[in-house]
Write a protein that binds this ligand. Structure first.
Ligand code: ADP
Ligand code: UVW
Ligand code: MG
Length: 395
């Protein structure tokens, strides 16, 4: 009977799950799946380790399937596929770890309470990360659960990269740049040495482009700077989030439109980004398939902002040797990669179109000064590694 680690990764538009055999040196995949397109046209699929489909279901858009229903569906599916395994731990992606959590932590009632206090800083994620933790803690108090944080990897950034130019009294309240998608970047940093060119790179710019999008500069296996800040609404425009915004806009919304905090929260987290600009969809596939000028402009703005922020990160690392694309858009859209590489031509990126169309891993020409890559992320494997380490340390 194999010892199983279950990993749950609740993103803003998807819940991904993976079950790993905890025995081998590197946790070994047993089955995986996801519900994607939450609050939209949701779709469930699950595959075994060999990639064979073992479950599939679609919901019509008018159902607007949410995180809770998706988690319940996944729970039912897993119970009916338990097979010959013993569940030994559950690892969760938790988006915000604040100042307190600089590494993965075993879940206790005190940890849950501390993480709950961070909910206002990650309203699209934290409640959905904590809900299954609470449900499981009640149903299976004996089962070890481990919280793995999107913020933890960035805590190694230099102090100047983490600070806002605010009075110390405010900074001391924890108002600082945290950065997110850290599990994804930590995984990417862990695979760079497998590619000699990337292993030798002094600095790599990684682009996690999904429903939530950010960039991170990596050097020496660490995060040096990232586009996200105090919350995951900062930086690049995203599916429904606005990204960088002059704080003066918030004051304007309060003074002139009499919007309160909740109304502004809804606007900047749920009604902006690709959805707000296009008025059509938050889904990159829909926008790329559309002939509508507003869809085109939303994509133009997305690419333009990535280009600008790549420049900012390259300044933080005084030049970069490689550019890595990952996550939903980064892994699957050759067109967005091509457009981003064009925006980064000045940095020394020269795209090889055939390699890009084929999905990489290397998508730049042999003479490209800065090499470009597609590396699929694996936040779930990173979570499984942390979960096992925490459980073993405690044992
Ligand atoms: N083939 C594709 N072309 C363009 N965009 C894609 C493609 N496949 C997935 N995406 C986009 O990836 C995004 C979801 O990314 P993902 O990393 O799974 O999201 P999450 O942030 O919820 O984890 C969506 O905007 C989706 O449209
Ligand atoms: C932090 C974040 O934006 O996560 P996701 O991309 O999964 O929404
Ligand atoms: Mg994600």
């Amino acid at each position: 009977m194999a010892d199983l680690i279950l990993v749950l990764n609740a993103g803003s538009s998807s819940i991904k799950f993976r079950a790993f055999d905890a025995g081998p040196a590197e946790p070994e995949l047993v089955l995986h799946g996801q519900v994607e397109g939450l609050y939209n046209a949701a779709k469930f699929s699950a595959k075994d380790a060999g990639g064979a489909l073992i479950g599939e279901r679609r919901w019509e858009p008018d159902v607007a399937l949410g995180h809770q229903e998706a988690t319940d569906y996944i729970g039912d599916f897993l119970r009916s596929h338990r097979a010959d395994h013993r569940l030994v731990a559950v690892g969760h992606r938790v988006v915000h770890g604040g100042v307190q959590f600089t590494e993965a932590a075993r879940v206790t009632p005190t940890v849950i309470a501390a993480l709950d206090r961070l909910t206002p800083l990650a309203p699209l994620h934290q409640p959905h990360n904590l809900a299954p933790i609470r449900t499981l803690a009640e149903a299976r108090p004996d089962l070890p659960q481990v919280a793995c944080f999107d913020t933890a990897f960035h805590r190694a950034q230099p102090e100047v990269a983490q600070a806002y130019a605010l009075p110390d009294s405010i900074t001391r309240l924890g108002v600082r740049r945290y950065g997110f998608h850290g599990l994804s970047y930590e995984y990417i940093a862990s695979v760079l040495p497998a590619y000699p060119e990337l292993g030798a790179a002094r600095a790599t710019l990684a682009a996690h482009l999904g429903n939530g999008s950010s960039l991170c500069a990596l050097a020496g296996g660490r995060s040096v700077a990232s586009t996200m800040g105090f919350t995951a609404v900062d930086g690049l425009p995203m599916g429904t989030r606005c990204g960088n915004l002059d704080p003066g806009v918030v004051l304007f919304l309060m003074d002139h439109l009499k919007m309160d905090a909740r109304a502004i929260e809804r606007l900047i987290y749920k009604e902006s980004g690709l959805l707000g600009v296009s008025g059509i969809s938050s889904d990159m596939r829909t926008l790329l398939d559309s002939d509508d000028a507003r869809a085109r402009f939303a994509v133009d703005l997305f690419v333009y902002r990535i280009g600008r922020e790549l420049g900012s990160l390259a300044a933080a690392t005084e030049g970069a040797d490689a550019l890595v694309f990952t996550a939903g858009i980064g892994e699957h859209s050759a067109l967005i990669r091509e457009r981003v590489c064009r925006a980064a031509r000045w940095l020394g990126v020269e795209l090889e179109p055939a390699a890009n169309a084929a999905g990489g891993p290397r998508i730049s020409t042999a003479r490209s000064k800065v090499s470009a890559w597609v590396l699929p992320t694996n936040e779930e494997l990173m979570i499984a590694r942390h979960t096992r380490a925490v459980v073993r340390t405690a044992a």
